[in-house]
Design a protein. Structure first.
Length: 199
């Protein structure tokens, strides 16, 4: 399995493309894959798996991209093990009449912080576990962020709303700015991983 150029940026967009707007992360990654930038690689996946550990370890920066329910309470979305307690980019809401929880309209950027916990190869299906697995198997875990794209429809066959389409475009722009900033400011370090993991 290949990976980005040494010290490059790896963007991993994931979600179920059969369940409406759950595919938002994948669509963002597919858009990024069209960039003419050898230092940025984008992967569009149905789900995360332990085989990504080598790709992650070989990267300078990893950005995970996923959809989240636009009406999900922010503390529930953000306060998870290994995730910073507050988003780096504040979530902006649009008030909705008759709704207790306003809908998020814009992507949110969250810095991931791997924490110590048991690792199961069979359940390496979330970003924080993959970062831990990368550190355990390959000896390093790069800086990582999660870009959450607010979505509204998750039913089978649901089409994208205009609001989610706009959020995907905004997420791609956010990832572009973050990638360029990190590539310019992070010190170059040699990446040494266990090469047998790549086979």
């Amino acid at each position: 399995m290949g990976g980005p150029a040494a010290n490059g940026v790896l963007v991993i967009g994931y979600g179920n493309d059969l369940r409406g707007e759950d595919c938002a992360g994948r669509l963002a990654a597919e858009s990024i894959s069209q960039w003419d930038c050898p230092d940025v690689e984008a992967m569009s996946l149905h789900q995360l798996g332990p085989e990504l550990a080598w790709n992650i370890a070989a990267s300078r920066l990893v950005i995970f991209v996923d959809a989240f329910a636009a009406d999900l309470p922010i503390p529930e979305m953000v306060d998870r093990p290994g995730i910073a307690p507050k988003p780096v980019v504040p979530v902006q809401f649009k008030p909705r009449k008759g709704r207790k929880q306003p809908l998020a309209e814009h992507p949110v950027l969250i810095k991931l912080r791997p924490t110590v916990r048991d690792i199961s190869l069979g359940h390496a299906s979330d970003p924080v576990t993959l970062l831990l697995l990368s550190r355990e198997l390959c000896g390093r875990s790069p800086q990582a962020y999660m870009v959450g794209i607010p979505a509204r429809r998750f039913g089978i066959g649901d089409e994208l709303t205009e609001a989610t389409k706009a959020a995907i475009i905004e997420a791609v722009d956010l990832i572009k700015m973050l990638s360029l900033w990190k590539l310019r400011t992070m010190p170059i370090k040699s990446v040494a991983v266990n090469q047998h993991l790549a086979t």
